[in-house]
Design a protein around this ligand. Structure first.
Ligand SMILES: [Zn+2]
Length: 333
């Protein structure tokens, strides 16, 4: 298991609570980005399930630890959404709860981890609530979410919420540059971190999965369309679903242009490697139109995230032409 140093303090705080018998039986970790919550929950589960933990570490040699190492501990349950529906239904939760009421197979504790808790159906939540109100002895629930606003209030009220925030930029930078040898320029590492809301794991993925190169292609295309007036060339880029990452990158460029126009210093930009592009945008659009455009692009992003059965291409075409039209109007003033 790869450990992330910024989790140390949270890990120790949570374990100290369990060691002093103050640990909550239902813990909900909330993080906007991937900051290693799975690793954290797994490490806590390892400690709870280990027969001979040493201070805040599992022993790694007892039978329970060995079963966990091979991923087959009978008292550790991981529940994920069903592939076809992307929901966690009542039958899955009921089956899990039924096994909880039997004796633990191997260990003294039972652990249930629901990674995407927002995927629980209403019926599944109701069944879960009853168990959370009267949990079987030595049973611990762990939940993870990217957005706790999507979780029912009744379920939230039964859990202890623990926000996992991204580490300080200096810690993220240090980790990122140590782990990815190809990032030899601190500016690029800083830029990747800012594009990922400070999450070093996601910033690393940008380089590992080739997203960085794709982003550079997008920036090149933005430059091209501004120079040639063919704004619809951006449609294929922005229409790529993949969590609307291209649209998000595009919006960060607009955010930077607005900051730049307002005289904010370079070190506060997100796209630190794209100062030329940002300058070009500020030459073509005024502060009022940039601000209006930014709001409208943000609305579109939200719209794409909320609804699936919409004509994305049509909406993008309209937005891009509207953005282009704003150049003309800005130049006239
Ligand atoms: Zn052990």
């Amino acid at each position: 298991m790869r450990w992330y140093p910024w989790l140390d303090s949270t890990y120790n705080q949570i374990l100290n609570a369990y060691r002093q018998d103050r640990g909550h039986h239902a813990l909900l970790l909330n993080s906007k980005r991937n900051n290693g919550e799975n690793t954290l929950i797994y490490a806590i589960a390892r400690w709870l399930i280990c027969s001979h933990p040493d201070a805040n570490q599992c022993c790694n040699i007892c039978y329970d630890c060995r079963l966990m190492n091979v991923g087959h501990h009978p008292d550790y349950y991981e529940i994920s959404p069903e592939n076809n529906t992307q929901t966690i239904g009542v039958d899955t939760i009921r089956a899990c709860i039924n096994s909880l009421h039997k004796y633990a197979y191997q260990s003294k504790v039972k652990i249930i981890y629901i990674e995407y808790v927002e995927c629980l159906t209403d019926q599944a939540v109701n069944v879960l609530l009853k168990t959370l109100d009267e949990p079987p002895t030595n049973t611990y629930f762990f939940f993870k979410t990217r957005d706790y606003m999507r979780i029912s209030l009744t379920l939230l009220s039964r859990c202890m919420r623990w926000p996992i925030i991204s580490p300080k930029e200096s810690i993220g930078l240090q980790w990122l540059m140590k782990n990815r040898e190809e990032i030899n320029d601190i500016l690029l590492a800083q830029c990747a971190l800012r594009l990922c809301d400070g999450s070093p794991i996601e910033a690393e993925d940008m380089f590992k999965l080739g997203l960085w190169k794709q982003r550079l292609e997008l920036c090149k295309c933005i430059n091209y369309v501004i120079a040639n007036g063919d704004f619809l060339k951006l449609v294929p880029f922005l229409n790529i679903c993949k969590n609307d990452i291209y649209l998000y990158w595009f919006i960060t460029v607009l955010v930077d242009a607005l900051k730049w126009k307002q005289g904010i210093k370079k070190r506060f930009l997100i796209n630190l490697d794209q100062v030329d592009l940002i300058t070009v945008i500020t030459v073509h659009w005024g502060i009022v139109s940039l601000s209006r455009q930014l709001q409208q692009w943000l609305v579109l992003l939200r719209y794409f995230q909320e609804f699936t059965n919409i004509d994305r291409e049509l909406l993008l075409t309209y937005r891009l032409l509207n953005w282009q039209q704003d150049i003309v109007e800005s130049c006239l003033h």
